[in-house]
Design a binder for this molecule. Structure first.
Ligand code: SAH
Length: 279
């Protein structure tokens, strides 16, 4: 076995590292992301990067915010890309830090293409995406042999700001599990379109807000009731929404709730393992 210790790539001056910060818990950072935080001269971060993660940046690093705050309009994507190029050309080690994974609904691809065009050398460091890791923190596996062999990741906003660009009817028929990012604004419309497309109104839904953060909340509901229940419960973004049978698995897998409340999880409350054990 190769027991070579982890040796991080050199973070060179004039380079940009485009890193995922995961959904919130700093423990979900990769070693490469931690190395970048400890070596960056400047950290350009998004709204969804948690304070716990930013706290790991070395004391001398400049933290530069590039996101929407206090209702002010967000900087244009082109301005952010330009800023990364500017900073790199100053010979700085630039850490571009994004919530979750930089290539999952995070515009990381656009920023990387701008770096290519400007001939700025860069590295991509994937992160734990909210639609997988955030759900795991709610005790929901995105796949399970008994429920689904496919999972579909969707954004509830398209580039024009609404959901018109998604073929919801096709997804209602062909996608057993949907994981929806940025779903809250259009949740009622999304649910209606899925039901119109043939998804049952009683399809299980879970909504996880502030996943992997100290104020994580989980709402279990159904497709027909999701929007009203979310409003009644005051579920505030960021939220990841999962539609499909996997949402029910939380009943037996809410490990975080069990740990924090000192409960013992009931073994297989849905009886999923039964057939396999006897069959
Ligand atoms: N690149 C990110 C997604 C950016 S889009 C990733 O891979 O996770 C922003 C959306 O991500 C939010 O609207 C929400 O749907 C989801 N999201 C990100 N962090 C989250 C968190 N901690 N809890 C719940 N949802 C989160």
């Amino acid at each position: 076995m190769n027991r070579a210790p982890y040796s991080p790539p050199d973070f060179q001056p004039g380079h940009v590292w485009l890193c995922g910060a995961g959904p919130g818990d700093p423990g979900l950072l990769t070693l490469h992301a931690l190395h970048a935080l400890q070596n960056a001269d400047v950290v350009v971060y998004d709204a969804l990067v948690s304070d716990g993660v930013l706290g790991l940046a070395r004391a001398e690093a400049t933290l530069e915010y590039a996101g929407k705050r206090g209702g002010k309009p967000s900087p244009k994507q082109a301005d952010i890309s330009l800023r990364l190029v500017q900073l790199a050309r100053q010979g700085l080690r630039v850490l571009r830090l994004k919530g979750g994974d930089p290539f999952v609904f995070g515009r990381g691809g656009e920023e990387a293409l701008s770096l290519v065009a400007a001939e700025v050398p860069f590295r991509i460091v994937p992160g734990v995406t909210a639609g997988i890791g955030g759900l795991a923190y709610a005790g929901i596996p995105v796949t399970h042999r008994d429920t689904n062999h496919a999972v579909t990741f969707i954004t509830g906003h398209d580039a024009t700001g609404d959901v018109a660009g998604v073929d919801w009817a096709a997804l209602a028929k062909g996608a057993p599990v949907l994981v929806i990012y940025m779903a809250m604004k259009h949740l009622a419309t999304i649910a209606d379109r899925l039901i119109d497309g043939g998804k049952a109104g009683d399809t299980p839904v879970a909504i996880v807000s502030n996943a992997a953060l100290p104020d994580q909340r989980v709402l279990e509901t159904t497709l027909a009731k999701a929007s009203a229940d979310a409003e009644a419960a005051g579920m505030a973004p960021p939220c990841v929404v999962v539609v499909g049978a996997v949402a029910r698995l939380r009943a037996g897998l809410d490990w975080l709730g069990a740990l924090t409340e000192g409960r013992v999880l009931e073994a297989d409350p849905l009886g999923l393992g039964r057939e396999r054990r006897t069959g």
